[in-house]
Design a protein. Structure first.
Ligand code: CTP
Length: 442
């Protein structure tokens, strides 16, 4: 069965379609959000059982639509039992309910995981020879593809072109993770962690925005705290866990950005669709940020880099001495990464965001000190945390003031770090849009 309706993005510009979507959401207030989990034929289908479980257990009404090939990997009884709904691959089952149209029309979100090269080729070309491909043509909600395949297939020009087509129509194609593939080989092509795919899907669903406003943008985010070693076992460090930086990376990916996350000593799972680069010291963080920022539209320095490092690091562990003498530590200053990338912009129109945790002192209030820091560092936006009442490190929540170079200050009330992340991206997208192409923000 085929359909002649246009693809999702054509409809995003179509007011009648928007009206239909609004009407659907309004008439279903209080109902569970409807998610279609499309599964195409790849070995990673087994990981989608976990994604399904998380979606169902968190109150979503999930309809699984596998392809015939997907059922070679995970059988229909598993999908039916985990979702509590019968599954079909063809358009002829229960045809009185017109499933080839109804499932897509009624969905609040469609996520295809894993999405094979073949499935994305069909979707890009509007083919509709089974229930899943028909559903993709009738869906008017956000559509996510989570590809999983061997690196060669992911990098093939045909797949690259199909992914570009899907993205240009407003679908979000999540970058695959790197690591061990089905055989002994490693590379890019793994399905991201199901728990992170779940967070991704939930983020898109909660925001209810169908157009990914950071699509086509490359954003670089730093997270965590750097460590400066005195010897092989001891270091100078800080308590940053990286939660806020990870929330920023996750939110940017859900808004369609290409995301590079430079993570210093974090112990968090890689967010779906995000390239993670690991560093330990401020010098390593500086090198990765400077090189990634060359192609970045935005850099957000959420990391807590150590400002000082020991002048020398010993190869052997420093021992106590019997006379009770303590070693003398000579420290040298580390580079100020935020100031460097802000003052030596590598790209026109780049938006650079810094963080400041302040307490206020005899010389000024939190905002006075933050304004001085914004001017000193030369960035475009400063996210100011008032930490007078206690640290935000490790907490799932945060609150902040977003201070911009023009003196504007926006209060972001107490909420989750994900909510603060979206408030920051809301501000950044406006700054990016304000910059006329070809002009320099400085
Ligand atoms: N930062 C940086 N490089 C450093 C230190 C900090 O890029 N060596 C960045 C942080 O990632 C953050 C911002 O600068 O975005 C402010 O960090 P903060 O620790 O408040 O700034 P400091 O320069 O250390 O200022 P001070 O200690 O004087 O308050």
């Amino acid at each position: 069965m085929s359909s002649s309706v246009p693809g999702p993005s054509d409809h995003r510009a179509d007011h009648r379609a928007d009206h239909r979507a609004d009407h659907r959401a309004a008439s279903r207030e209080g109902e569970r959000p409807r998610v279609v989990l499309g599964v195409s034929g790849g070995i990673a289908a087994y990981k989608s059982c976990e994604l399904l479980r998380r979606l169902s257990e968190s109150g979503h009404d999930v309809t699984v639509v596998p392809t015939e090939a997907a059922l070679e990997f995970v059988g229909a009884p598993t999908w039916a039992a985990l979702s509590g709904t019968p599954v079909a691959t063809d358009v002829w089952t229960g045809v009185h309910a017109v499933p080839h149209v109804a499932i897509g029309q009624q969905a609040d979100l469609v996520i295809v995981a894993p999405a094979t090269a073949d499935l994305m080729a069909k979707a890009a070309h509007g083919l509709a020879d089974d229930l899943l491909t028909n559903t993709l043509l009738t869906a008017r909600c956000p559509v996510l593809f989570a590809p999983a395949m061997h690196t060669e297939m992911w990098e093939h020009p045909a797949t690259v072109a199909n992914v570009a087509t899907l993205r240009s129509r407003g679908a979000v194609v999540i970058e695959p993770a790197e690591g061990r593939l089905t055989g002994a080989d490693t590379g890019k092509g793994r399905l991201p962690d199901p728990s992170e795919l779940f967070e991704f899907a939930r983020d898109v669903l909660t925001r209810g925005v169908s157009s990914p406003d950071l699509a086509g943008r490359h954003v670089v985010v730093s997270a965590g705290g750097t460590r400066e070693h005195l010897d092989p076992v001891r270091f100078l460090g800080n308590s940053s866990t990286g939660l806020q930086g990870y929330a920023l990376a996750r939110a940017a990916a859900a808004r369609g950005a290409e995301v590079t996350l430079v993570a210093a000593n974090t112990a968090l799972p890689d967010p779906a669709g995000v390239k993670v680069v690991r560093v330990r010291t401020t010098a390593e963080l500086r090198d990765e940020i400077v090189s990634a920022s060359v192609s970045a539209d935005t850099v957000v320095m959420a990391a807590a880099p150590a400002d000082f490092r020991p002048e020398a690091t010993t190869e052997a562990k420093i021992k106590k001495t019997s006379d009770g003498a303590v070693p003398e530590l000579k420290l040298v200053q580390n580079p100020d990464i935020l100031a460097e990338i802000s003052h030596e912009r590598s790209r026109e129109g780049q938006v650079i965001v810094g963080f400041a945790a302040e307490t206020g002192d005899a010389t000024g209030s939190v905002l006075d000190l933050a304004r001085a820091k914004l001017a000193r560092k030369g960035c475009d936006l400063l996210v100011v945390n008032d930490v007078s009442g206690g640290a935000v490190f490790g907490s799932p929540d945060n609150k902040a003031v977003l201070l911009d170079v023009d003196g504007g200050a926006v209060d972001v009330p107490h909420g989750t770090k994900a909510a603060l992340a979206h408030a920051i991206w809301d501000r950044v997208t406006r700054l990016l849009d304000e910059t006329p192409a070809g002009s320099d923000r400085q």
